[in-house]
Ligand binder design. Structure first.
Ligand code: DGY
Length: 315
């Protein structure tokens, strides 16, 4: 049997089976229903030195665990972990970058084409029997041909999306806090500037206070009536009421969304908005990639407790 660290790892809520198996081989695992400080027992307070979690670790939860050394976040986005408070408390935070980059980029392209060519509605047409009853599905109003694409958030995933879009022959521009040296893509210093220059906006930006509701009515209206918005990043980045209104009023033409502000709840206005393809946060959700993320999440814990060296600490 593998050597076991004499350390307890807290796992709040649902967690990846593969990661659970690995945690159980290397550590003592304690679990609670959800990351709620009131569920932490006195015994847990003493024993827990690591947390493995699919997001959702706030300051109160960190403070409830005085011997906590590391939070291993399952996922590249760690906006739901209070990393600033963790840093103040000297708690290491790790995430799972790189291993999901290509998968999320694939999903993004799929969602873009699905949205623009109305595949979600065409499939419904077939399944509902309308092909037989009413004839061919209508011609899609939109096309990728001639589109100008803007990427909000040119990190690892944004770049993998851009590489794929190059093969489509579409011009690419981007907005980031900083210009990325060595890119040939057109840089815009503001999101508004980017939205004015393109008609297709793909949001890959991280969540958190810096991007909260950045995609608002003004940005959507800058995309124009032919505008398509795709979100693979975080729902918190979007003013969802403004987006639903923009779709309803024809301010933009269509939207493809994999993420929402209050998951798993999707606002009724978005469920009812026209020309919209909605996915239940599946960007990285293949068995292959979730296994790789699980391994990296647990490898961070093993490396920390073995060598005091996290593999992928957050900045
Ligand atoms: C991530 O890695 O951030 C994905 O959204 C899965 O949580």
């Amino acid at each position: 049997a593998e050597a076991k660290f004499p350390v307890a790892i807290l796992v709040p809520g649902h967690f990846n089976d593969h990661a659970i198996g690995r945690i159980d081989r290397a550590f003592r695992r304690v679990r609670i229903e959800r990351a709620d400080p009131s569920l932490v027992t006195g015994e847990m307070r003493e024993a827990v030195r690591g947390v493995a979690s699919f997001g959702g670790i706030n300051a109160a939860m960190i403070d409830a665990l005085p011997n906590l050394e590391i939070i291993a976040n399952f996922g590249v986005g760690y906006d739901s972990v209070d990393a600033n408070h963790a840093a103040r408390r000297g708690v290491m935070v790790t995430n799972t970058p790189d291993v999901l980059t290509e998968e999320v980029a694939d999903t993004t392209i799929g969602l873009l084409i699905n949205t623009v060519r109305e595949m979600y509605a065409a499939e419904k047409w077939l399944r509902d029997g309308d092909w037989v009853k009413k004839g061919n599905y209508r011609l899609s109003r939109l096309t990728l041909r001639g589109r100008r694409v803007g990427i909000f958030g040119m990190g690892r995933i944004g770049l993998a999306v851009a590489h794929r879009l190059e093969a489509f022959g579409l011009p690419i521009a981007y907005h980031n806090r900083r210009k990325v040296e060595g890119f040939s893509y057109e840089y815009h210093t503001t999101l508004k500037g980017l939205a004015e220059a393109v008609d297709t906006l793909i949001c890959v930006a991280p969540g958190g206070a810096a991007t909260e509701k950045a995609i608002n009515a003004e940005i959507l209206s800058a995309l124009g009536a032919n505008g398509v918005f795709v979100n693979i990043g975080r729902g918190s980045t979007v003013d969802e009421a403004a987006l639903a209104a923009a779709l309803e009023n024809g301010t933009i033409a269509a939207a493809g969304l994999d993420v929402f502000a209050d998951e798993p709840n999707v606002p009724k206005a978005l469920l009812e908005a026209p020309n919209t393809s909605l996915l239940p946060h599946v960007g990285s959700a293949s068995d292959h990639t979730r296994r790789a993320m699980a391994d990296l999440c647990v490898d961070n814990l093993v490396s920390w407790f073995g060598e005091r060296r996290p593999l992928t600490p957050v900045p």
